[in-house]
Write a protein that binds this ligand. Structure first.
Ligand SMILES: [Zn+2]
Length: 92
């Protein structure tokens, strides 16, 4: 939907992009949903925008796709782990 600008559910062609989703579970001003790391993602004491959740929303039916900003920059640790694929049997 992000690239096609077309809803896979209703074929709608009016897609909204939300570059941040407000986190209403906290009273912190401008808190946005983001991936939780072992340590806060900060740059020089300010919150980093790494791992912020974005959404693409079909204006017709409301279907929503979620994406994480800069996934290649998210630190790995206990909370965020890279899953490894298992080699296929009989495949070289
Ligand atoms: Zn739709």
């Amino acid at each position: 939907m992000r690239n096609s600008v077309r809803c896979p559910k209703c074929d709608g062609q009016s897609i909204l992009h939300a570059s941040g989703i407000e986190d209403r579970s906290t009273h912190a001003k401008d808190a946005v949903l983001s991936i939780k790391g072992d340590e806060p993602f900060t740059v020089f004491g300010s919150w980093s925008h790494v791992g912020v959740i974005e959404a693409y929303i079909c204006e017709n039916c409301g279907f929503t796709e979620w994406y994480t900003r800069d996934p290649d920059k998210i630190p790995h640790g206990e909370t965020v782990r890279r899953l490894k694929t298992k080699p296929r049997k009989g495949y070289r």
